[in-house]
Design a protein around this ligand. Structure first.
Ligand code: ASP
Length: 287
């Protein structure tokens, strides 16, 4: 089974169908990988790659911008079987950061940031594109509004993520984002941080979205995994941690989760979070 989200936030009603449709497109791409016997990691990356390519989301094409109008991408993937993880932060205009994170999985390092991360990606054969290729009209307009209103670090919505349980029972999770709109250059959110916005082990695979600073301070995904390891019921564990992020760390958001046996879970404390799942038995979506 594969499950994706297209970001927690408050998507206006007229944009909701596109957010839901993109999620379905992504899980179908993940489904092709799974149907062909591919691994959970490969399916997660295939699904996130689709979402990064769609302009309605805040990842790859359509990403949010820093205060000075630049692209600064965060992404990570984690393999719940091997416990390998790969993450990038403050990455320039690479269209598919999730594939770079995947390439980092077998390496000793877990997180690379900024220009040296870009250099490493280039050496691995990934190519940067002009920033203008990733910046959409919609994003430029929102950025202007945020910056002109003196706002910084505005919660953008539209981050993308995927979790998967493959035929061998392996779990994996991945997340990709442009972060918050008008963020301070150098800012890193929860998405590329293991145990905050992305996590997978033998109990669960989790991808979170929302006000990243709150999810980081709450050690969100790690706390959910810990609760599951202690035997807590899955949905209660996930929701109680989202409530904790909201009530104790003053941040709203959402998360998707798969466990070794349970159904797909997509919970939020925001107005909307688009999601979709696929399995050989069927598919579903919502927002
Ligand atoms: N969590 C992301 C971040 O703070 C933003 C989002 O999910 O929309 O970078």
């Amino acid at each position: 089974m594969i499950l994706v989200h297209g970001g927690a936030g408050d998507v206006p009603p007229e944009s909701r169908p596109a957010h839901e449709a993109g999620c379905l497109e992504a899980v179908r791409a993940g489904g092709v990988v799974l149907a062909g016997g591919g691994s959970a990691v490969e399916a997660v990356c295939a699904a996130v790659e689709v979402l990064e390519g769609l302009p309605q989301y805040n990842a790859g094409t359509g990403c949010a911008l820093t205060r000075d109008g630049r692209v600064s991408l965060d992404a990570a993937v984690m393999d719940g079987e091997t416990m390998q993880a790969g993450g990038l932060a403050c990455l320039g205009a690479f269209p598919h950061p999730i594939r770079i994170a995947q390439r980092l999985l077998p390496e000793k390092e877990v997180l690379l940031v900024g220009p040296p991360a870009e250099e490493w990606a280039r050496l691995q054969g990934f190519a940067m594109v002009p920033e203008s290729r990733l910046i959409t009209e919609r994003v430029r307009k929102t950025w202007r509004e945020v910056v002109e209103n003196g706002g910084s670090g505005n919660f953008a919505g539209g981050t993308v993520g995927a979790v998967c349980r493959d035929a061998r029972g392996r779990l994996a999770a991945g997340t990709s984002t442009g972060g918050t709109m008008g963020k301070t250059p150098g800012r890193v959110g929860d998405s590329p941080l293991v145990g905050a916005g992305t996590y997978a082990d033998e109990h669960c695979a989790i991808s979170a979205t929302g006000e990243g600073e709150s999810f980081i301070r709450a050690c969100f995904a790690g706390q959910v995994a810990e609760a599951l390891a202690d035997g807590m019921e899955a949905e209660a564990a996930l929701y109680s941690q989202l409530e904790r992020v909201r009530d104790r760390y003053e941040g709203v958001g959402g998360a998707i989760m798969l466990t070794p046996t349970g159904p797909p879970m997509a919970l939020r404390t925001t107005e909307t979070m688009s999601w979709a799942w696929w399995s050989p038995e069927g598919e579903g979506s919502g927002i």
